[in-house]
Design a protein around this ligand. Structure first.
Ligand code: CU
Length: 108
């Protein structure tokens, strides 16, 4: 009985340790030329997944800051994802539609 209790305690401790390190994915939808939500606050190590929910328009995610880059264009029903490991503020827009704006703040 005593062994069992200790084993459970160890497992519980491991779960606590592993918790924050577990990969998380946050969803951003795209509809009517808008990112939803347009602003996000996430922890470092989080993956953001954008899904195109339009009927016929393709979009991209174009990071405009230093070292910026653009995703592939993705079509209705398609997704693109990116993991953010470094804290900071990432402003982005859509390559073909610069009126679309998004912002991701990555916390420690
Ligand atoms: Cu677009």
């Amino acid at each position: 009985m005593r062994m069992k209790t200790r084993t459970l305690a160890v497992l519980w401790g491991l779960t606590l340790l592993a918790g924050p390190a577990l990969a998380q994915t946050v969803e951003v939808g795209i509809r009517e030329y808008k990112y939803e939500p347009a602003e996000l606050k996430i922890r470092a190590g989080t993956t953001v997944k954008w899904t195109n929910n339009e009927k016929r328009t393709s979009h991209s995610v174009l990071f405009t800051g230093p070292g910026g880059f653009e995703s592939e264009r993705f079509f209705p029903g398609e997704s693109w994802q990116h993991r953010f490991d470094s804290p900071g503020v990432y402003e982005y827009t859509c390559g073909p539609h610069p009126e679309m704006k998004g912002r991701i703040e990555v916390l420690r």
